[in-house]
Design a protein around this ligand. Structure first.
Ligand SMILES: Nc1ncnc2c1ncn2[C@@H]1O[C@H](COP(=O)(O)OP(=O)(O)OP(=O)(O)O)[C@@H](O)[C@H]1O
Length: 738
């Protein structure tokens, strides 16, 4: 059944009962929150020391945040009727009460599925967390594989503004799927009215969670065990980002203890993207996930003292240089350069103890040094170990002469100025920034390290411009910072997080992949991306190579191909670019697509789950583009929800001015007020990962010409719309789209 006016009092008694049940569940959540709130005084008395007290306070704040009843995010979204006895013991029925009541033998075991577990005052579950094992059936049960489910109910919600002016949600509809009778409609859930209306619900501000409508193929990825590294190739709008975020929430639920010690991070392409996804995890009750970019990862540990006033990145590499600098061979160049710092022992090391002198001759030290250099230890640890080995060698001499030695003697000899001076001379301390600076400003040194690996021209392209005197004055690029990170890891092995999700991974260079892979350490990764959306000079051409660079060559590759965001008309238009932007190697493993032909059979093309008439509008402009663009924006604004105006970065400022002259205000993405503005101007380079109800694309030809992989960029730009795409062009469209 459906009801459209959220404020109307429904005549259907079942809908009324559902609203009442939801009301009670929310009251139960409020009580749980009040209980946590009331714990403050208790632990304030119990824990006398400040550190424990602060930790308890933080834990309490986290629990309170996790128990927030988020306005606009319904507490539960579904219900399952299981065969009796599947979930509850007979006496333990959901509505049992203190004195167990035996239920009629055929009454189903009924549970509500929601964002978090909620129990009533007596500890009985009112809502089960969507991540609990029993909830799997909500996402996976089908008429052919019922998982003991009889009926699946999905709820629909409408938004109302409460007396406090805040948006709230009202249960307006439910849709029952009787799995006992629906065996001949296996795809019923895909056609679900509620799924479509959830996708098409107008957007205002950041991304929403999809917890109510996760689809079976997405759910399988979300719930993969923590130890599994996944690589997900997915066409635009197939839900990769959503899967990554929900997977984090799932892992934090199922492995909370392990992950709260080791940490979890999601890495996105830029700050605009992170801002776009910022609300999803908190809405799922997870507030402790590090959301970051590769750039932030690479600069976070760089010396604050040396931080250049203008920020670390002051230069963009030319594509060819970016590719060379980003290539994995640079790891070997750096390794050679670092280890070339070792010196061969030439001097005798003499340690005085009382009246006696103990000597290590060069031929004594050389084998120690050689053994350590060959052992594969980190450079910094090797330095430490050398001092230990030298002290040990001296203690051996002392003991041979009858001296009594213990750990204290060892420590004293290690710290002896002669030993320390020898270690410094033989195994000098190296600082990563200075190492890379030295290497990239000294052609002869670079030639020594890169001999046989890079051509003289490639080496020349690596050098930093100007004659920087130190790390502060150097003009670093994004690629240089990945080299610094590699150097830092060669000197000291970093510790890793428990799980890292990396989105838009296709754009990472091999060196950036290594940096990200190190963050996952012994943990696992979820790698999300789309080869066809690769726009960086080093963008990956296949996943297996990228997974090797990430250090997880055995990760499982999965493909998501059901496109939820983009209607078929738009995707058919954009997919004409695929043969150009993602040519298939002759040996590419192709998926069978018997129903498709031409570009639709391309393995990276999505299968749209929705069609919407009039979704694609081509608006050729005669002469100046601005008036047509203004018309396109006005038309897009006539629909509901968000509108993105996307243009080549270099054209956007002038276009915004021209639009303003036409009376259309398009604030720049990320500027003040853009969270609430309906129309936002987006540089093409920042469109990746974002979406809008309607998109107006200005001058596709200019987007293609703006960069080396401009056609890939255009594909990204054309696939951002949920409802309508307006393509405004004064110049001819690129050949594939004409
Ligand atoms: N199961 C679902 N239920 C409802 N909405 C969904 C579902 N799956 C995806 N969507 C919606 O489709 C849109 C696209 O999802 P998402 O951004 O995760 O896709 P993506 O694969 O990362 O896309 P892109 O590669 O273009 O960045 C989002 O609005 C998301 O909420």
């Amino acid at each position: 059944m459906t009801a459209t006016d959220p404020t109307a009092v429904p005549a259907d008694p079942e809908l009324l009962a559902e609203r009442e049940a939801l009301h009670e569940a929310r009251a139960a959540l409020r009580r749980m929150r009040e209980e946590v709130d009331a714990t403050e005084l208790l632990f304030g008395d119990a824990a006398k020391d400040k550190v424990t007290d602060a930790a308890l306070r933080r834990g309490r704040e986290r629990r309170l945040a996790a128990l927030a009843d988020i306005p606009g995010a319904p507490l539960y979204f579904g219900r399952l009727d299981f065969e009796p006895g599947t979930v509850f013991l007979d006496e333990d029925a959901a509505d049992g009460g203190p004195a167990p009541v035996r239920r009629p033998s055929d009454e189903p075991d009924r549970i509500h599925i929601g964002r978090r577990h909620v129990h009533d005052g007596r500890g009985r579950p009112v809502v089960l967390d969507w991540r609990a094992p029993v909830s799997i059936a909500y996402y996976q049960a089908s008429p052919s594989e019922r998982m003991a489910v009889r009926v699946r109910r999905r709820y629909g919600f409408g938004t109302v503004t409460g007396p406090d002016g805040q948006p709230g949600s009202v249960l307006t509809a439910f849709e029952d799927e009787d799995l006992l009778v629906g065996a001949d409609a296996p795809e019923a859930s895909l056609g679900s009215e509620l799924l479509n209306s959830e996708i098409e619900r107008p957007r205002t501000g950041p991304m929403r969670d999809i917890v109510a409508t996760i689809q079976p193929e997405q759910d399988a990825l979300v719930r993969a065990p923590l130890g599994t590294t996944l690589c997900v190739q997915g066409a635009p709008g197939t839900g990769k980002t959503a899967v990554g975020l929900h997977r984090i929430a799932f892992l934090l639920y199922s492995e909370r203890e392990r992950l709260s010690r080791s940490g979890v991070a999601i890495i996105g392409p830029n700050r605009s993207f992170l801002s776009y996804i910022r609300d999803v995890l908190p809405a799922l009750g997870e507030v402790d996930v590090h959301q970051t970019t590769v750039h932030e990862l690479l600069t976070r540990d760089l010396s604050e003292r040396l931080r250049p006033a203008q920020g670390w990145v002051r230069r963009t590499e030319a594509p060819e240089a970016a590719r060379t600098k980003g290539s994995a061979v640079m790891a070997e160049v750096l390794r050679r350069d670092l280890w070339a710092h070792l010196r061969s022992p030439e001097e005798t090391v003499m340690v005085r103890r009382g009246s006696r002198r103990w000597r290590l001759y060069p031929e004594d030290v050389r084998p120690l040094l050689d053994e350590l250099a060959a052992r594969g230890v980190a450079y910094g640890s090797g330095r430490e170990l050398l001092s230990h080995r030298m002290a040990h060698a001296i203690l051996t001499l002392m003991e041979a002469e009858g001296e009594v030695c213990d750990d204290r003697t060892h420590a004293q000899v290690r710290r002896d100025p002669a030993v320390r001076a020898a270690v410094t001379a033989l195994w000098p301390k190296v600082e990563p920034l200075r190492l890379v600076l030295g290497l990239l400003t000294d052609p002869e040194r670079l030639a020594r390290a890169a001999g046989g690996l890079l051509t003289p021209e490639e080496q020349q392209a690596l050098l930093l411009p100007g004659k920087p005197r130190g790390p502060r004055t150097a003009k670093w690029s994004e690629e240089d910072l990945a080299l610094v990170d590699e150097a830092a890891a060669l000197i000291e092995r970093p510790s890793g997080l428990g799980h890292v999700v990396v989105d838009e991974a296709q754009d990472l260079s091999p060196m950036q992949c290594r940096a990200v892979g190190r963050r996952a350490g012994a943990g696992s990764l979820t790698v999300l991306g789309d080869i066809a959306q690769g726009t960086s000079p080093s963008a990956a051409r296949n996943w297996s190579t990228l997974m090797e660079h990430l250090g997880k060559p055995t990760g499982h590759l999965h493909t998501l191909d059901r496109g939820y965001r983009v209607p078929a008309q738009i995707i058919d238009f954009a997919a004409r670019l695929l043969p150009t932007i993602a040519p298939l190697p002759p040996t590419a493993p192709d998926r069978p697509r018997p129903e498709a032909s031409g570009f639709r059979s391309h393995p990276f093309a999505p299968v749209a789950v929705r069609r919407s008439p009039g979704a694609l509008r081509l608006l050729p402009a005669a002469g100046e583009i601005a008036p047509a663009l203004a018309r396109g924006c006005r038309e897009a604004l006539r629909g509901e929800g968000s509108v993105g105006l996307i243009a080549a970065d270099h054209q956007l400022p002038a276009l915004r001015e021209a639009l303003a002259a036409e009376g259309v205000d398009a604030p720049l993405l990320g500027g003040t007020g853009t969270d609430t503005a309906r129309l936002v101007a987006v540089p093409a380079s920042l469109a990746k990962g974002l979406e809008f109800d309607a998109v107006v694309v200005a001058e596709p030809a200019a987007i293609v010409e703006a960069e080396e992989r401009g056609a890939n960029r255009l594909y990204v730009v054309l696939t951002r719309a949920v409802s309508t795409l307006h393509v405004v062009h004064a110049r001819p469209l690129p050949a594939e789209l004409a």
